[in-house]
Design a protein around this ligand. Sequence first.
Ligand SMILES: [Zn+2]
Length: 345
Amino acid sequence: MEIAQSAGATLSHYPHPSAEGRFGEALSIDVAHLGNRSADRQLLVISGTHGQEGYAGSAAQVGWLLSSESEIALTDVGVLLVHGLNPYGFSHGSRTTENNVDLNRNFVDHTRPYPENPGYEKLHHALTPAVWSRDSFDSVSGAEAEFIETEGVDALFNALVAGQYSHPDGLMFGGNRREWSNFMLERILGDHIGGASKVAFIEWHTGIGDYGKPFFLSFNDPQSEEMRQAALWWGPDVANARPHGMTRPAYRGLVFYGVQAFLPNARVAGAVIEFGTRGPEAGAVAMRQDRWLRFHGEAVSTEMQTLLWADLRDSLNPASYLWRQAVVDHGVVLTRAALCGLARW
Ligand SMILES: [Zn+2]
C-alpha cells in the first residue's frame, strides 16, 4: 500500500462484509489507480483470483510499481491494479473462495441453466477422496486412465478444468450464485474505469507453463483486433496457447468474461498470464490437496496438516528465490509492454 501511495496512486478498499482471514484479520480487495485515471485507455492488472497464486501476482504488481516512476507520469493512460481479488483464498492459502467456489469459473449467467460437465461427473468420486493416501492417488490415476482410453487425453483435461456447477464440495466448482468477489469486480470497474473505451487486461496466475516462465492464455477471439493487439505487445505465442500441451479447454465463467460484461463500452484485449511451477501435474494435485485439506484436513495431525499446506503453497508459489526473481522480472517487462502497446492502440 505504501509503495502504491508513494507511486502516486489513489487507493481504495473493498472490505469483505463477513469472511475472516486465517488469523481472524479483516479481508478486503485493495485497489490502486495510477496515471491518468480518466483516460480513455486503461490497463487493468488483477492478482489473487486463485488464493495461493496471489503472492506471485502481487509481486509482479509491486515490482512494476517500484520500477515505473517514468511510466506513471504518462498522460494518456491509467493503470488500475486490483490486488487480491479473492482475499479469503489469499489469506487461507486456498485456490477457492469462502464458499469453495473457483472464482475463475463464477462469471457465468446464473439466471440460466448451468453448462453440464458429464466428464467431471464420471471423475468426481475419485477426485474427492476422504483420505489423502497413496491409494487415493492410485484411484485417480485409474479413473483417469479409463477416461483417456474411451475419450482421449484432451477430453480428460477439459473435464477436469472446464468448470462444473453440480458439486459444491468438488473441484473447479463455479458456484450457484455470484460470489462476493464477482460483485466487487463489477463495482471496482464501474468506480474506476467505467468510461474507458480501450482496456488492456493482465490477470496473473501460476501453475501452467515452464518453471518461472510466462505462459499466455488469451480469451480474445483469435481473429479479433484485440487478439492482434495482445500479440503485438507480447508476441505471437499469445494466440496459440496449448496449456500443458493440450487442446485448450472450454473454460466457463472466467474473470475475463466478467470484465468484458462489466465494461460493455470497452474493447478489452489481453490475457491470463501464468508462471510455470512444478510442471503439468502440479495444478491437478494442488487442487485435490487444497480441497482435501479444506474438507478433511482435520483427520490428520497438526504437523501433517502444516506440512501439506506448506507443500501446497510451494507447488503454486515456489520458495526458490530464482523463481520469485523470474516472476518479478517477467512481470515488470510484460506490464510495461502492455502499457506501451496500449498507449499506441
Ligand atoms: Zn490460477
